[in-house]
Design a protein around this ligand. Structure first.
Ligand code: SF4
Length: 352
């Protein structure tokens, strides 16, 4: 049965018209699902019983099974979801630094074809997630907040940083972003949504052409093309080409860029690699767009341990030295905290 959240607005309008219902019914349905937390049509009390039955004959509101939650000692929550065809994928709810800030990190694909050497998700693509599955993941995070006594609409940011490369599943991800940000649905501003990409140039340019205002986080990791290719074997574009596309997106969308750099001891954190990073960012980006560098300490995981067993995280003082060097070059740089490590939910650990 089709997931109702996989329909575009016009698809749903077409269905409503085909059964003789008024267009305003679409807004009522979305209101129940996104704002009131209805997870089946039977709960939609201001729709007639006959209409609810018709909806139930054609669509489902939920399609995913949830494994028992895992809760980290730092409060991070991991939800593993399984679709009826057996594929599973995680989402992670993280507390932000600000009081009340709550982020959900969601997957765009089950598995991933990109194969980053440091990432547990890179063992191969199982399939793209549908628009409905991605939107349902976001709603599941809100449901968890509601079960804990909070308000389901208190998710303050969404990170497309779970399993998968979002721009290799463009249609579903773009649709889900619309669902999360639409005033009729969850109404989370696009500037509170961050999409992380290894740099799919066509996807970045399409985001700009389609008028999206989400924040782009570019998984850069290294300025040197050869080193970057070792870390991201299927990265197709040159670093310079990627930076130009990211810069153009930031300019057209009016958003700030984030460059993510995994810090691997002796690989990406050496003075030479940091200098290369500073030079290329200052050359391609700094005059035109605001940006921040996130240094992400490498997290050990089963896949990286087998394929690149020499990968290690830098010591805390080396991480701070890397940050201080980039700051000394005039680059706003932060060290990302490693939340959820004890439940395999930190960056690079989201295998299943
Ligand atoms: S870091 Fe992202 S793009 Fe790379 S393998 Fe993991 S999920 Fe895929």
């Amino acid at each position: 049965m089709k997931h109702i959240l996989s329909l575009s607005d016009s698809d749903l309008d077409g269905f409503l018209k085909s059964i003789g219902e008024k267009p305003y019914r679409r807004r009522q349905i979305y209101d129940w699902i996104f704002k009131k937390g209805a997870r089946d049509f039977g709960a939609m009390a201001n729709l007639s019983a006959a209409f609810r039955r018709q909806l139930g004959e054609h669509f489902t509101v939920t399609s995913l099974e949830h494994a028992p939650l895992q809760v980290s000692s730092d409060g991070t929550v991991r939800i593993d979801m399984a679709a009826s065809d057996g594929v599973s994928f995680p989402a992670v709810i993280l507390k932000g630094a600000r009081e009340g800030a709550l982020s959900v990190c969601i997957s765009s694909q089950a598995g991933c074809a990109v194969g980053c050497a440091f990432c547990a998700s890179g063992e191969g693509l199982k399939r793209n997630l549908t628009r409905g599955e991605i939107a349902e993941t976001f709603l599941a995070a809100g449901d968890y907040v509601a079960r804990c006594g909070g308000e389901r609409n208190k998710i303050t940011s969404v990170l497309f940083m779970g399993q998968g490369e979002p721009l290799l599943n463009y249609e579903s991800v773009a649709g889900a972003i619309s669902d999360i940000s639409s005033p009729d649905k969850s109404a989370l501003g696009q500037r509170h949504i961050t999409l992380s990409t290894v740099g799919i140039i066509t996807g970045i340019r399409r985001l700009a052409a389609d008028g999206f205002k989400v924040r782009l986080a570019v998984s850069l990791h290294a300025a040197d093309d050869d080193l970057r290719k070792k870390l991201i074997p299927r990265a197709a574009s040159k670093v310079a080409t990627l930076l130009e596309a990211a810069r153009d997106y930031a300019v057209s969308s009016g958003t700030r860029l984030t460059f993510e750099c995994v810090m691997i001891k002796g690989v990406t954190d050496t003075p030479k690699r940091l200098e290369e990073l500073a030079l290329i960012l200052l050359r391609f980006i700094s005059e035109r767009a605001a940006f921040v560098v996130n240094l992400i300490p490498f997290n050990e995981n089963s896949r990286a341990a087998s394929e690149a067993s020499y990968f290690r995280a830098p010591d805390g003082k080396d991480l701070e030295a890397a940050r201080d060097y980039l700051v000394s070059r005039g680059i706003f740089t932060i060290i990302r905290s490693n939340k959820g490590r004890d439940i395999s939910s930190a960056c690079g650990q989201l295998g299943v």
